[in-house]
Write a new protein. Sequence first.
Length: 229
Amino acid sequence: MADTTLEYRERAAEGQSGSGLTVVLLHGFGADADDLFPLAEVFDAACRHRWIFPNAPYPITMFGPRSRAWFPRTQPEIEAAATGVYFHKLRERDPDTLRIAGDEVVTLCGELGLVPERTVLGGFSQGSIVAIEAALRNSFRPAGLVVLSGALIAEERWRSVMPAAVAEISVLQTHGTLDEILPYSEGAALAELFKQSGAELRFHRFEGGHTIPSEITQLLPPMLDSVVS
């Protein structure tokens, strides 16, 4: 288990009486916690849920002082990632830093006292991949996953452990058919693995690139309601 404490931004629930969830959303490569923070207001204007937005621990100075990465964590690999080369053939990659990042997220959840069955993990792009990695830990099986423009990585290992981790949990996944960063085919392969593993998957395909679709404002709140109920 990682011992690194992640920095994070938080929007607390108002008048929470045990009925709300905690939603942990991880930003993508080259962004930071501020990137997704406004989504808490978009998805949950009534402040029913607690929202946590962690900062990835590795700074990417070439992108500016606020840019960060979950993985990789060496300068040559960061440069390859900046050009998109690192993200080619992700199914064959199983970097140690991916597993470290998953452990760091689980450690943060523990430090915050989060109850797995009242927690939804998710994120955008690389952040969604790390959220899945965290969910594969036996020590933290969340109530749901939100996978926005994610992809299948570490295919051999994920196939071996995913059924025990995601069976019967709620998964909302979106992916654009015109995604040039993480191709649609890789998102579709991940969706198929979710289904084979017994997850309760809702997969939303949209005509667009590497982004969060506007339809997510209609998709995510009902998903959170279903987890609460």
